[in-house]
Design a protein around this ligand. Structure first.
Ligand SMILES: NC(=O)c1ccc[n+]([C@@H]2O[C@H](COP(=O)([O-])OP(=O)(O)OC[C@H]3O[C@@H](n4cnc5c(N)ncnc54)[C@H](O)[C@@H]3O)[C@@H](O)[C@H]2O)c1
Length: 428
């Protein structure tokens, strides 16, 4: 471990902030964490981890003496030059990014020639320039600014911190950019050192490309269903081409989560605000919205009207290994099913607490088998490992109907069919 590492501050202790804090504490830095959510800070001080992220609790516990939690900025400013900003940038109704939390952080900064804001939050291109202008207007031009976008994936976030594909640092070539590069130097990753606007665009473009790949393979899956091809074979055959690659060629019920939907929409809006109509992204979003609803069509194909039917959603989180429910496909699915007259039961091993805050009228169960009691159909929504080992004979005994719609192509179709079910995946 490095001898004396630069102390840092992290503002916002959500998925990105807490993982960044734990990661740099692992590398030897003292980390001052700040959040306006007093209850969250109190929990962190007690050693509780407010979110579900594999390995995070262990990492925070192991590096506890280097992690400091507060609702106050002053201790952070007193101890650290680099202030990593990891507050939320959710979508507004128009689809633009809501920068109010980022702006609140900027507004709280004092005059200083010794501090830098290091932007981890995903922001529209031009935000760094606007923040620098706004600081200068208030006599705070000495405050340095670095764009350091974050690429971690929920579910493997800490691992992604430790083994990043690349580090992107966008700056004006001053001390702060050098300090951020030095901070990341123990991690063996390619460095992209660039200007601030390009760093901001790298993040948005990367997410938009991944979302495009998902919508693309979902459309291929839909055509496979019409033509008798098996999309899993097709994706494998495509992905082995190194120019294409196997990642993100998994057809399913559409992308969700806190990043893809909002970042794709923010890039589309950004382009529109700059006078360019980003046609491709408009389609990527539309395909994704339609994909979430295709499950309803599959259910109707087998069950007819959904009025009075009982449908079980297995998994609610937007993907496995997280409790994050933001923009989860399950939300759209449950609402559509209820609107069509169905009763919805659900089970998620981790996300139930979050789901209860967002879902109305859904009946939650404590296990997969319990959630399937008297159900007419089972829909696999999230690829939680335990669903891959479900005892389908036991499921058949509890269920009223014999239909499994696998929204993730996750479970073994033969095992499901052997238990007497009709199995339908996506694009097969
Ligand atoms: N979650 C991801 O997978 C991911 C990946 C890459 C980038 N990002 C980006 O990182 C940013 C943070 O995302 P997240 O998922 O960690 O968000 P989050 O909602 O989990 O956490 C944000 C935290 O910031 C706190 N906060 C809000 N205003 C504050 C203020 N003025 N001062 C101090 N704390 C404040 C909130 O209380 C909350 O704890 C977003 O811009 C997001 O787009 C997220």
């Amino acid at each position: 471990m490095a001898s004396v590492r630069e102390p840092i501050a992290v503002i916002g202790t959500g998925y990105v902030g807490l993982v960044t804090a734990a990661g740099f504490a692992e590398l030897g830095s003292e980390v001052w964490c700040v959040d306006i959510d007093a209850a969250k800070i109190a929990r962190l001080e007690r050693g509780e981890i407010p979110i579900y992220e594999p390995g995070l609790a262990e990492s925070v516990a192991a590096n506890r003496e280097r992690l400091h939690f507060s609702t106050e900025l002053a201790p952070a400013l007193g101890h650290a030059r680099l202030l990593f900003v990891a507050v939320g940038t959710p979508p507004t109704y128009s689809g633009d990014a809501d920068l109010s939390a980022v702006n609140a952080v900027v507004d709280a900064m004092p005059r200083s020639n010794d501090h830098a804001l290091v932007m981890k939050s995903t922001v529209p291109v031009g935000t760094g320039a606007a923040i620098r202008r706004s600081l200068a207007e208030r006599g705070k031009e000495g405050f340095a600014y670095v764009s350091c976008p974050e690429f971690l994936k929920e579910g493997s976030a800490l691992d992604d911190f430790r083994h990043p594909d690349r580090i992107v640092v966008g700056d004006d070539g001053d001390w702060a950019g050098d300090a951020v590069v030095e901070l990341y130097s123990p991690l063996d990753a390619p460095l992209v050192r660039t200007d601030i606007a390009s760093a901001e665009m790298i993040k948005l473009a990367a997410n938009a490309f991944l979302a495009t790949k998902i919508s693309f393979i979902n459309e291929i899956a839909n055509v496979c269903e019409e033509t008798g091809a098996d999309v899993l074979e097709v994706a494998r055959g495509m992905g082995l081409d190194q120019r294409i690659g196997t990642h993100f060629l998994k057809p399913g019920i559409g992308f969700g989560g806190s990043c893809f939907p909002k970042d794709v929409s923010a890039l589309k809006q950004l382009a529109g605000n700059s006078g360019y109509h980003f046609q491709l992204l408009t389609s990527v979003i539309e395909v994704n919205e339609l994909q979430k609803r295709r499950v309803i069509g599959k259910l109707q194909k087998h069950l007819g009207s959904l009025v009075g039917k009982r449908v079980t959603l297995l998994g609610l989180a937007f993907k496995a290994n997280t409790d994050d429910m933001r923009e989860a496909s399950s939300l759209v699915l449950a609402a559509r099913l209820q609107a069509d007259g169905a009763t919805v039961t659900a089970y998620d091993p981790v996300a139930e607490t979050e789901a209860r805050k967002l879902m109305v009228g859904v009946q939650f169960a404590d296990s997969a088998l319990e959630s399937l009691a008297d159900s007419d159909a089972c829909v696999i929504v999230t690829e939680w490992p335990e669903f891959g080992e479900l005892d389908w004979s036991a499921a058949a005994e509890r269920m009223r109907g014999r239909l499994v719609i696998d929204g993730r192509n996750f479970v073994d179709p033969e095992a499901v069919r052997a238990a007497g079910f009709v199995y339908e995946g996506i694009g097969r």
